[in-house]
Design a protein around this ligand. Structure first.
Ligand code: GLA
Length: 732
């Protein structure tokens, strides 16, 4: 019976018919629920055998022989015995282009993040070695793999033409690919299609904002359209901040995923003795559907993938949509007083505060001149931190340190610091004057570090930084890099940026830093290890945010998703929705506000104060708990619902939204997948529209079985357009 189960669930990674010859060795890396099996052949090659539900080492033997015709080479090489897609292609110092690697060494070890299997391969003739890493992340269900390629020649260059991080075989079946595409203001739009024979590609070539057009996270189902809680699903995500490319290659019998830095126009040169490390490709497998993969990535993200993932976040007011560029001491002070009176804990002054010769009154000038605009803020930043202290809240500030406007003192002094092409006009972005600083250049790295360093040393009370990036690489050229290294800009930029961020984090480990790129343009794990959260989208329309946050939640936990209540009509879409709906949507992520409180009505303020107080009660559940997506806005036009539960399922919160309204339209029951069926739960309406009139579910005690199998009937609470509920469930 057990064997049968194993065979039917051996969804990924078949095997080689000819494994287990004398010198073959089998290596099993196992988490609580998942195993990765690789076999190696001393002096030869390594093969993936399995990635799926946990198996024991003793299960392995019976497995070989029932699976066959499978070529799951962990590192397909270009040039010998080869056709098809390759993970690695190089050119050796004498212009030779094939690789023939044999395994020289194998190491199993532990590091602070978990367990490692490290295979070292050496070319039989040419001076190239490759180390291939497989990691099981401790206390999570996430595994990863990457390589290190070294030019062992005494002299001469090795060129890297293709250098994927991973080539993972999956089992071909009725596979579906779930992926996320979008653009400014509509990040993370989910699409789900059956995988055809041929190639499907998820790629980015923007240079900087690598999560707009596509997101690096994707899922592949094993058999049929994936469900949230019961299908078998593989999830992968490349942990890289720059251009990436993931190919899903399928034919009648096989399916594999190759993922890595997008090597198009990015040939890398390794000088004698140099090593290049590819970014990690993280992967998870779950029998609990897409939700299972998401929860695995959320847990992993909080533990390893983002900064301070175990620390609940402050409730903040950001000044952008409230006053845009019109910041000054008086208005900032008023906004701080208002958010403090509503129960907020942090105020963030957004764009508009800097520029001396050129004050930042709009987006045409001043990026690069990170000195306070004395006209607007005569008391300097100290005046603001002082005001924050007075109001009993923390203070944060916006910067966009990788950028410069050509109308700025910095550009006047250092025009050579921007990415540009000699003999061609400079293409300028936002405001008609924005350019990207050349982070390949160590001097520019020092400068970018100094922006944050100066701000934080001069103003140690700054508790939060919003780090923005509102451009892509528009001019492909570096005046710093020599002619024969120009093809490395897309990669060297990011290595430079990572060095800067390392320095910042070494010196300022505690400051909270938000990753923003015109909204969610950098929503990904490539940069999140240095950041606490990302600005999910410049689009703050609560209705569209349901979709955006739904997409984002497939790989990124709620604690990382900045989600702000803004004005109605919404500034991006013009949609008018009630304050309760806006809060109920924002409360399902890291709650904040992005509004001029002065312009809110008395009722809106009264409601906001109550909602903020309510959020504080469930903040830990939302930000540190497990998420269950219950009713997809993509499947059901009228209602979307999701929930969070703490680890022992004693405390949970459910959000449900009415997204369109037709009279007598049926409202689906919300079945609470994340509940413990053996517990009884008391329901509390967290955000009643009127304080003394909670919804009809408030105060009821309901068994977990009913909540899970029959579901919550929210038709009364969601009986009108733009209605919503936020319900706290406490086990009795
Ligand atoms: C970007 C960000 C916004 C805001 C503006 C300021 O668009 O995404 O949140 O900070 O820049 O210019």
């Amino acid at each position: 019976m057990k064997k049968l189960f194993l065979m039917s669930t051996m969804c990924l990674l078949g095997t080689l018919g000819n494994v287990l010859r004398a010198q073959n060795r089998t290596h099993v890396l196992s988490s609580d629920r998942t195993s990765l099996v690789v076999t190696t052949n001393d002096g030869g090659t390594a093969y993936y055998q399995y990635f799926g539900p946990k198996i024991k080492e003793s299960d392995i033997r019976g497995f070989f022989g029932v699976q066959s015709n499978y070529t799951g080479n962990t590192l397909p090489l270009f040039g010998m015995y080869s056709s098809g897609e390759k993970a690695l292609a190089v050119e050796t110092p004498d212009g030779h282009m094939s690789l023939d690697l044999g395994m020289q060494n194998l190491e199993r070890t532990d590091d602070e993040k978990g367990e490692l299997l490290i295979l070292t391969f050496k070319d039989r003739v040419y001076p190239v070695t490759v180390k291939q890493y497989f990691r099981r992340y401790k206390d999570t269900e996430v595994f990863s793999t990457w390589t290190e390629i070294t030019n062992q020649a005494k002299k001469g260059n090795v060129k890297l033409l293709t250098f994927a991080s991973a080539c993972v075989p999956l089992t071909r079946g009725d596979n579906y690919l779930t992926q996320f595409h979008g653009g400014w203001g509509c990040e993370g739009r989910m699409s789900e299609e059956r995988i055809p024979n041929g190639q499907s590609v998820i790629a980015d070539k923007a240079g900087l904002r690598n999560a707009f057009g596509a997101n690096a996270g994707f899922m592949i189902s094993v058999n049929g359209k994936p469900s949230e809680n019961s299908s078998e699903v593989f999830g992968g995500n490349l942990l890289w901040s720059g251009n990436y490319k993931t190919k899903i290659i399928a034919d009648n019998n096989s399916l594999s995923v190759i993922s890595g830095i997008n090597e198009e126009t990015s040939t890398l040169t390794l000088k004698a003795g140099e090593t290049f490390r590819t970014p990690e490709f993280a992967m998870a497998f779950s029998q609990e559907g897409k939700g299972g993969v998401s929860r695995a990535f959320h847990r992993w993200g909080r533990k390893y993938g983002l900064a301070h993932g175990d620390k609940p976040r402050d409730i903040l007011l950001n000044s952008w949509e409230g006053v845009y560029f019109n910041v000054n001491q008086e208005v900032m002070d008023q906004m701080m007083a208002d958010i403090a009176s509503l129960g907020g804990e942090l105020f963030v002054m957004d764009d508009g505060w800097f520029g001396d010769k050129y004050p930042r009154d709009n987006d045409h000038t001043s990026l690069g001149d990170w000195m306070v605009c004395k006209k607007k803020l005569p008391l300097g930043i100290e005046g603001l931190t002082e005001a924050a202290r007075k109001h009993g809240i923390k203070f944060g500030i916006w910067i966009e340190p990788e950028m410069v406007n050509t109308k700025s003192e910095l550009y006047e002094k250092h025009p050579e610091w921007v990415l540009s092409q000699p003999n061609r006009p400079l293409i300028q972005g936002r405001g008609g004057t924005q350019a990207v600083l050349d982070l390949c250049n160590p001097k520019v790295q020092d400068y970018v570090f100094s922006i944050t360093d100066n701000l934080l040393t001069e103003n140690p009370d700054i508790a939060y930084i919003k780090w923005d990036c509102n451009a892509d690489i528009m001019n492909y050229g570096s005046t710093y890099l020599p002619a024969n290294e120009q093809s490395e800009i897309y990669i060297r930029y990011h290595q430079g940026l990572h060095k800067v961020l390392d320095r910042i984090r070494r010196k300022y480990p505690d400051v909270v830093i938000q990753l923003c790129a015109s909204g969610g343009g950098r929503m990904g794990y490539g940069l999140l290890p240095w950041f606490d959260e990302f600005w999910t989208s410049d689009n703050t329309d609560a209705y569209q945010r349901i979709f955006i946050q739904w997409g984002a939640s497939h790989f990124y936990p709620a604690i990382a998703q900045a989600s702000h209540v803004s004005a109605s009509p919404n500034h991006q879409t013009g949609r008018e929705v009630p304050i309760k709906f806006r809060f109920d949507v924002a409360m399902s992520g890291r709650l904040g506000m992005e509004i001029q409180p002065k312009n809110m009505s008395a009722e809106e303020k009264e409601f906001s104060g109550r909602a903020i107080a309510a959020y504080k009660k469930i903040r830990d559940v939302v930000q540190l708990g497990d998420q269950y997506r219950l009713i997809s806005p993509y499947d059901n036009g009228s209602v979307a619902a999701l929930m969070y539960a703490d680890e022992n399922k004693g405390h949970a919160v459910v959000f449900a939204y009415r997204m369109d309204y037709l009279h007598n339209q049926s409202v689906p029951k919300v079945r609470l997948d994340g509940i413990d069926v053996d517990k009884n739960y008391r329901i509390k309406d967290l955000t009643p529209r009127n304080a003394d009139r909670p919804c009809n579910l408030d105060g009821k005690v309901v068994s977990g079985r009913i909540l899970k199998y029959a579901g919550l009937n929210v038709s009364h609470a969601l009986g009108r357009p733009w209605t919503s509920v936020a319900l706290e469930l406490t086990a009795e």
